[in-house]
Design a protein around this ligand. Structure first.
Ligand SMILES: C[S@@+](CC[C@H](N)C(=O)[O-])C[C@H]1O[C@@H](n2cnc3c(N)ncnc32)[C@H](O)[C@@H]1O
Length: 452
């Protein structure tokens, strides 16, 4: 593979190209690297940059300087896939690297059968800018891909280019000794790589887990898979849900996601003018929240009311849906309604869960009132791992009327970030809010791999 690097400072790459696997790739002639300096594209009396147009500080590399560099490079080594680096680009990821290796640069297609070494003749140009970035017109005209290495700004594109090359070149056949090393690693599946250990067996009073030393390969593999899943679920649940997990991976992940419960409070809620009271049961809330609970694997859905007449209404409703007639009428509705547990109070709910799980649930309240979020206990929809680590059941509370009263919010362990749209309209029905919350908290939501 031919790599042209267009840069202000080729010397930044001196040691990068001289050591480790990158040096080996050059030695083995798997890659050829060439530098084009922006300053070689101009006369000695000229500058490569100009102040940016319009108000504001900063310099920008002139478009015609970049143009000359690209044209020179393509003239020498042929048409190239052109990559620019910018904090505004698509975030670099393992799936992106794999996509490039497989579909754009076609690494595997060009492996020679004799040597198992890539004979890729693709040409990539890496344009490494500095100063204020790249003239927008240049990006529009030339960029096949703009890559960001993360949500922060560094001084130039050269370190991003080196990070990109380290990631990409590992995938080029022949660069990394063992093929499996690059196949079974973090970000190649829904789970990270499993925990690794070396010798000595005991270090700083910590031992290599006995399982690893057991010699039972099948058991070790299973143990490693579980450990990988645990680490991922607890530390990067966002990766798991966005990685298109297989059903087998979802089954493994569930071992490390504690059981979830939902309670819809028809008591201890704010009714009119901030008064704490009771609210009436609504059949749509029973159906719809039960169906959301079934979708997101919530174990039980408690409907909490201390009022006799409301309990009677609820029970007669449940009776129909739990009868043969109800089952025949709509089986999936019947299955969802099976999760519903009528309850008299929150403490009854807590006791029920404690008895079933042998542990007190972590209570997470929900609220749409912004003033509640001055509360220190609030958590966002990216903090599942923090809660899952505690290995206790989770109970999510939803309020009816005008929401859960202060006493309930104070009693809960956490308060979940409100569901907000791009308007000031703040009147979602509780059944809508419940499905959004469950989806954000437990939903699988995968990205297309390339654009992740
Ligand atoms: C100082 S930065 C320009 C930042 C630009 N003004 C902005 O705010 O988006 C100069 C150059 O560094 C490189 N760079 C900085 N941060 C980067 C990142 N996170 N990913 C990729 N390249 C980056 C790019 O080549 C960029 O053009």
């Amino acid at each position: 593979m031919k790599i042209s690097i267009i840069t202000v400072f080729p010397q930044i790459y001196d040691s990068f190209l001289k050591v480790s696997l990158v040096a080996r790739a050059i030695e083995k002639k798997l890659i050829k690297v060439k530098f084009i300096r922006f300053s070689d594209m101009i006369e000695s009396t000229q500058r490569i940059d100009e102040p940016t147009c319009g108000p504001g500080a900063g310099m920008i590399i002139k478009p015609d300087v970049i143009q000359k560099a690209i044209e020179k490079s393509e003239k020498e080594w042929g048409k190239a896939f052109k990559i620019f680096f910018s904090p505004q680009g698509k975030k670099l990821s393992q799936p992106m690297l794999k996509h490039l290796a497989k579909n754009i640069l076609k690494f595997e297609d060009k492996v020679s059968s004799k040597s198992n070494i890539s004979e890729s003749d693709s040409h990539i140009i890496l344009v490494c800018s500095r100063y204020e970035g790249i003239d927008d017109r240049v990006l529009k005209y030339y960029a096949d891909l703009v890559i960001s290495i993360g949500d922060y700004v560094v001084m130039g594109g050269d370190i991003p280019a080196q990070i990109f090359l380290e990631g990409l070149l590992r995938l080029l056949p022949g660069v990394v000794g063992k093929k499996e090393s690059v196949e079974q690693e973090s970000f190649s599946s829904a789970f990270f790589d499993y925990p690794q250990y070396g010798l000595p067996v005991e270090w700083k009073e910590m031992k290599v887990p006995e399982m690893i030393l057991s010699g039972n390969h099948a058991q070790i593999e299973k143990w490693r898979k579980d450990q990988a899943a645990k680490k991922t679920i607890e530390n990067r649940f966002d990766w798991f849900i966005s990685s298109k997990p297989t059903s087998q991976e979802i089954d493994i992940a569930k071992k490390f996601i504690p059981n979830h419960y939902v309670a819809l409070m028809h008591t201890q809620v704010l009714v009119q003018d901030g008064v704490v009271g009771n609210s009436s049961i609504a059949s749509l809330d029973i159906h719809d929240i039960a169906r959301s609970c079934a979708t997101y694997d919530v174990k039980n859905y408690f409907i909490v009311t201390p009022l006799k007449d409301q309990q009677n209404i609820l029970n007669s409703f449940l009776q129909f849906w739990r009868s043969d007639e109800g089952k025949e009428y709509n089986l999936s509705r019947y299955q969802a309604i099976e999760k519903v547990v009528p309850s008299l109070s929150l403490s009854v709910v807590m006791d029920y869960i404690k008895k079933k799980e042998d542990a007190d649930p972590i209570i997470i309240s929900t609220s749409a009132r912004f003033k509640d979020f001055e509360n220190k206990k609030w958590i966002d929809f990216f903090s599942q791992g923090r809660i899952f680590k505690k290995n206790r059941p989770v109970l999510i509370l939803f309020g009816t009327g005008q929401g859960l009263c202060d006493q309930i919010i104070e009693k809960s362990d956490f308060l979940l970030q409100p569901v907000i749209g791009l308007t000031n309209y703040n009147h979602l029905s509780v059944r809508s809010a419940a499905s959004i919350v469950l989806d954000r908290w437990l939903g699988v939501n995968f990205k297309s791999f390339f654009y992740r």
